[in-house]
Design a protein around this ligand. Structure first.
Ligand SMILES: C[S@@+](CC[C@H](N)C(=O)[O-])C[C@H]1O[C@@H](n2cnc3c(N)ncnc32)[C@H](O)[C@@H]1O
Length: 196
């Protein structure tokens, strides 16, 4: 395990060679962007950070559904941001701003909402703390990830991810309090606020 990823269920860094999987249109059938957007419940003009945006699949889809939102698409890997940048040349989404983790300090307490899709199982304790630090005091974070309890033809092995109860425990042992929980076909979704 890499020290900086201590606490992660699946501590290996996402392999950019697998990035094409993130662009599989089938994803929108089992995790529809409109339903994700409804759960985010972002106020008009809100700042939404897509933490671990990858190729920006959900950042772009949500930005198009809600042009009023400022979507900060954040990823730690330059290769992923390069792929997102290439997409933004042809896919119009002017309200998506790709940023690297170097921007974390400037985004401190700026987010009305944080979205993390298929990311929680990769986050070490330090990264999870960084994510929480982006939230405004009244902000909320929506964690959607593969559900370890569900047999599925896609996604990482079940022992690399959490079930909803384990994910809730992980968040609540850290800086978060979970306020809502939902299930998709292959994913759980947990809404969290920062502990006061
Ligand atoms: C499985 S991919 C999911 C990408 C995207 N959320 C999606 O659903 O299409 C996980 C992404 O999270 C990024 N990531 C993992 N840990 C991160 C961290 N601490 N900070 C920023 N990005 C991170 C990885 O580089 C990778 O691009």
């Amino acid at each position: 395990m890499h020290d900086e990823r201590h606490g992660a269920k699946q501590p290996e860094r996402f392999d950019p060679a697998r990035a094409a999987r993130l662009d599989d249109p089938a994803r929108f059938a089992y995790l529809p962007p409109a339903e994700v957007l409804a759960l985010i419940d972002a106020p008009p003009g809100a700042c939404v950070v897509d933490f671990g945006t990858g190729t920006g699949t959900y950042a772009i889809a949500i930005a198009r559904l809600r042009p009023d939102l400022e979507i900060i698409a954040l990823d730690e890997q330059p290769e992923m941001l390069g792929l997102l940048g290439a997409k933004l040349v042809t896919e119009t989404a002017p309200n998506v701003k790709p940023v690297s983790n170097e921007a974390l300090a400037t985004l401190h307490r700026r987010a009305d909402r944080v979205l993390a899709v298929n990311v929680l199982h990769e986050l070490g304790d330090a990264a999870l703390h960084d994510l929480g630090a982006l939230m405004k005091p009244a902000g909320r974070a929506l964690f959607i990830d593969w559900n370890a309890e569900v047999e599925r033809p896609v996604g990482p092995p079940r022992d690399h991810v959490y079930n909803a109860s384990e994910a809730r425990l992980r968040l609540e042992q850290g800086d978060f309090r979970v306020t809502d929980e939902w299930q998709f076909a292959y994913h759980y979704a947990l809404m969290a606020e920062r502990k006061r």
